[in-house]
Each structure stands twice: as structure tokens, then as C-alpha cells.
Design a protein around this ligand. Structure first.
Ligand code: CA
Length: 224
């Protein structure tokens, strides 16, 4: 699950990020409302955690703007008891849920999971190339009827590539989509995972589905 966190209180943002990541979620954190708006438009998230009082653009404006632009990512607003707005305003502006500060991580995680479940389009279409079939909702992958076991990370890399096929996906875009924009480790992790994928989806079948486009990135390509 990929979450965009828009929060300018760094201590809170750090602890929320750590809490969500401990639950296996990928968290992109920005501290400014305009950055939040930009990220929410540019990338696909399962949910957005949106503070209200923010530099750049306040959370209500971010929420209203996204809905006006028909971006329907579930939004959970963080409200403060003494805030200038109340929770009714949040719903009026298109938020899906709210949580009043201070809140517990357990509650936040539960609410986010429930929001993502509710908003999941059903049924999710399978992603296919040649005889490779990937079911994003069921998290299964098969080739010629053979089930291929992928780790969640491998699965995310493969679906990120398939969703953009046949376009070439830049290494940095894959890194952002799968590991999050705050990832500070070695970017070569992308190559490592592409290698894992090939070992599972291509090598045993004599296929070459994941191609390297030198100096650019990776591409899913069918036989024809
Ligand atoms: Ca704030």
C-alpha cells in the first residue's frame, strides 16, 4: 500500500512515516500543501493523509482542488481540536475520513486500510503480456498456467512496469513508485530487483519480457 503524507510538523511526520512503514506501507512525505497537490496528481496512491494547516496551500484547498480535478484517491484529513475548521467541513470538501490529533498509529493504520479497501475498484483487470498474467488485486502471477511466487517488492516492480507497458520506465520512476520518494538507499536496488524478476518470470520460460533500455530504464515487451 502506498501512502502520501502531507504534514509540516516534522516530528509527527517522522513518527507517522515510521509507523506506517513498519506495517509494510510505502510512505511519500511532503511538508508543503502545493507539493502535496503536485504529488497527488503525478503519482498513484492508495490513500492520502492530509494535514489542514500547511504552508503553500492548506489541506482543505488541496482536497477541494483534487476533487475538482477528479482525482479520487481516498483522503484522510488530520484535524486539530482547536482548529479553525471542523470535521463537517472536511467531508463537505471531499475528504473520506478524518482523524483528530493526537491519534494513535494503530487507529491510523486501521482507518487507512479500511479506506483503501473501500475504494478499490472491483474487479481489478488482470495485467497481461504474452502468456504472463498478473492479477494486481489477488497479487498472483502465472505464466503458461504455472504459478510464480513473487515477493511483495518484486510484485510491485512488475506491476509498475506492466501498467506503463510498452513505455520505457525510467529507473528513478521505478524507484519512486516502489520504494517511495524518500528512499535514501542505493538506487541500484532497482537493478537487483529486476534481476530477481527475470530469474522468476523469464529465465525458466526462455522469455525476455523485461528489457533493459540502456541509459534510460526498463520496459516490458511482448514477443511481437
Ligand atoms: Ca500543520
Amino acid at each position: 500500500m502506498r501512502v502520501l503524507l502531507v504534514e509540516d510538523e516534522m516530528t509527527l511526520a517522522d513518527s507517522v512515516s515510521r509507523g506506517l512503514e513498519a506495517e509494510g506501507m510505502t510512505v511519500d512525505h511532503v511538508a508543503d500543501g502545493l507539493d502535496g497537490l503536485w504529488r497527488a496528481r503525478e503519482a498513484v496512491y492508495d490513500a492520502i493523509v492530509l494535514d489542514i494547516m500547511l504552508p503553500g496551500m492548506n489541506g482543505y484547498e488541496v482536497c477541494r482542488t483534487l476533487r475538482r480535478e477528479e482525482v479520487w484517491t481516498p483522503i484522510l484529513m488530520l484535524t486539530a481540536k482547536d482548529g479553525e475548521y471542523d470535521e463537517a467541513d472536511a467531508f463537505d470538501l471531499g475528504a473520506d475520513d478524518y482523524l483528530r490529533k493526537p491519534f494513535s498509529h494503530v487507529v491510523l493504520v486501521a482507518r487507512l486500510r479500511s479506506l483503501a479497501r473501500r475504494s478499490r475498484p472491483t474487479p481489478t483487470a488482470n495485467l497481461t503480456v504474452d502468456d504472463l498474467v498478473v492479477d494486481p488485486a489477488g497479487m498472483t502471477c502465472t505464466r503458461r498456467g504455472t504459478r510464480i511466487d513473487l515477493t511483495p517488492r518484486e510484485f510491485s516492480v512488475l506491476t509498475a512496469l506492466l501498467r506503463r507497458a510498452p513505455d520505457v520506465v525510467a529507473k528513478q520512476d521505478l524507484l519512486d513508485a516502489v520504494w517511495g520518494i524518500d528512499f535514501e538507499g542505493d538506487p541500484n536496488i532497482v537493478e537487483v530487483y529486476v534481476g530477481y524478476l527475470r530469474r522468476k518470470i523469464d529465465r525458466p520460460f526462455g522469455t525476455e519480457t523485461v528489457r533493459t533500455v540502456r541509459g534510460v530504464g526498463y520496459q516490458i515487451a511482448g514477443r511481437s
